[in-house]
Design a protein. Structure first.
Length: 499
């Protein structure tokens, strides 16, 4: 099938009444969690994972995807209006966006953010449609050694781009890999690391782990802060920017789109790195007059375009290689595996309706975000008046019900409680949990491919370096670690992450 036939198949899947409703629901929920500080797309996807197990896999994936890129859009609303970013990637939007709101140009800033996000989302979706099948065809040629080395390289890249100490990030990856090994060895039938609990014979439940580390642990962190609400005192005005504003911002939108599309595929990078990088680049190369930090529309257009493009292209390694580039993608891989679908290049060949349906749903979802959310700005702002102390009990109850509902086991609720403590301690020790989640998801896949490679080579580990592509991935991983050891690079990394 050629590209146009595939896209026609995808549009027919995405436009079905059921999937259209799920896409709409995902976009609305994503915008909602983007607006409300302290929840975020990772927490929401973790909470809703149990719900999607009763859906068709295509519908569930479309809804989870809508939550993810919808949150990138929703975070800009409160960043601009009340200087309170609802999503981490919207932090940089608040710098100039809120200044514009104080100057009475909140409507123009919101309009540019929406148009930039829409253009970036559409362009990034086109890039996915063009690049993913070719990359998937290449990935089908990978053997077990290449897959193992690719995942090692991906985990090292996630460590490099993780916040805080490199050693802490490495420790979190190792902890995630070890937690992923809990359960029964499929070859020998021996139970590993179960501590005598028969309930762990099938491994640690992914839903309980992800909701504990990201859902309830995040509640504990948020309750430590001040429970404050902020009123919007600025007049929003017309949400449609003028023609002059559009012409002024178009170069920034396209530069942010290109940068976000590239950085989105990096493990651990995604929308957050793309937004900060786009703002930094724009400050350096934008033509005068420059008013960055004082209310420049390009300071809204560039990061909003970049974070939306990064959110879309982060699906490329997940769909084609089975390699998650961020915790949200890891949770989507977990959802696919629970449905019995092995993520990777075989998905394009064996499940074309799911692959192309998801891509087509991104176009539908981006159009929904513009059509629905700009008129609903007033409603989203009203939600900011709800104190967090009224929100967290429902989140807590939903997480507990979700953990129990997956397998109907009380033991999973205890796992949820233990993982909540782990997530809270990680936050207190300044250990980012994203590498742990990535390690946990990739651990069984890495073990399976490593064992296959050893069986093929009859136990000779040199197969990992005798295959050219496998050697290239391992050398890339070593090069990344070596570069981090250099003092100048380490200082620059710490400065960039601090900013």
């Amino acid at each position: 099938m050629d590209l146009w036939s595939n896209l026609a198949l995808g549009l027919s899947v995405a436009a079905s009444p059921e999937n259209f409703v799920f896409c709409l629901l995902g976009c609305l929920l994503g915008t909602l969690v983007g607006v409300l500080p302290g929840i975020g797309p990772v927490t929401t996807v973790a909470m809703l994972l149990p719900l999607t197990f009763s859906f068709d896999p295509v519908s569930g994936l479309i809804m989870l995807a809508g939550i993810y890129y919808g949150a990138q859009y929703g975070g800009s609303t409160t960043a601009i209006l009340v200087n309170m970013p609802g999503e981490a990637s919207s932090v940089v939007t608040a710098i100039d966006g809120h200044r514009l709101a104080q100057q009475g140009r909140a409507g123009a800033a919101l309009g540019i953010a929406a148009i930039g996000s829409f253009i970036a989302g559409c362009v990034a979706t086109v890039l996915i449609a063009l690049a993913a099948p070719a990359l998937g065809a290449v990935a089908l040629q990978f053997g077990p050694a290449e897959y193992f080395s690719l995942m090692v390289c991906g985990l090292v890249a996630a460590v490099v781009l993780a916040h805080g100490s490199v050693m802490k990030a490495l420790a979190m990856v190792v902890l995630g890999l070890l937690l992923g090994l809990v359960g029964t060895d499929v070859n020998s039938g021996v139970r590993r690391f179960t501590l005598g609990y028969p309930q762990l014979a099938e491994g640690i439940d992914f839903v309980a782990l992800s909701m504990g580390i990201y859902g309830i642990a995040e509640i504990a962190r948020n309750l430590e802060g001040r429970d404050e609400t902020r009123a919007v005192r600025t007049r929003i005005g017309s949400i449609w920017p003028t023609r002059r504003d559009l012409v002024f911002c178009l170069p920034a939108i396209f530069r942010g789109t290109v940068l976000g599309s590239i950085l989105g595929v990096l493990p651990g990078g995604g929308a957050l790195l793309a937004a900060f990088a786009a703002y930094t680049v724009e400050k350096k190369i934008a033509r005068p007059p420059r008013h960055f930090g004082e209310g420049d529309l390009r300071g809204v257009a560039a990061p909003e375009s970049a974070n939306n493009a990064g959110a879309q292209t982060s699906f490329v390694p997940m769909l084609t290689l089975g390699l998650p580039s961020n915790p949200t993608m890891a949770m989507m891989i977990g959802a696919l595996m629970i449905h019995g679908i092995t993520p990777g290049p075989s998905v394009i060949r064996d499940k074309p309706e799911m692959f192309w349906g998801l891509i087509a749903s991104m176009w539908v979802g981006n159009l929904m975000l513009v059509v629905l959310n700009l008129p609903l700005v007033g409603i989203w702002v009203k939600l900011l008046q709800v104190p967090y102390r009224f929100l967290f009990p429902s989140i807590l109850v939903f997480c507990c019900i979700g953990a129990f509902a997956v397998n109907g086991r009380e033991f999973d609720v205890y796992v949820l409680a233990v993982m909540t403590v782990v997530g809270y301690l990680c936050a207190k020790l300044d250990c980012e949990p994203a590498p742990l989640i990535l390690g946990f998801v990739l651990s069984p896949i890495m073990e399976e491919n490593f064992r296959r490679a050893m069986l093929i080579s009859r136990g000779d580990p040199s197969v990992l370096i005798s295959e050219p592509l496998s050697l290239a991935f391992l050398l890339a991983a070593l090069a990344l670690l070596f570069v981090l050891v250099l003092p100048a690079v380490r200082v620059k990394r710490e400065q960039a992450l601090q900013e």
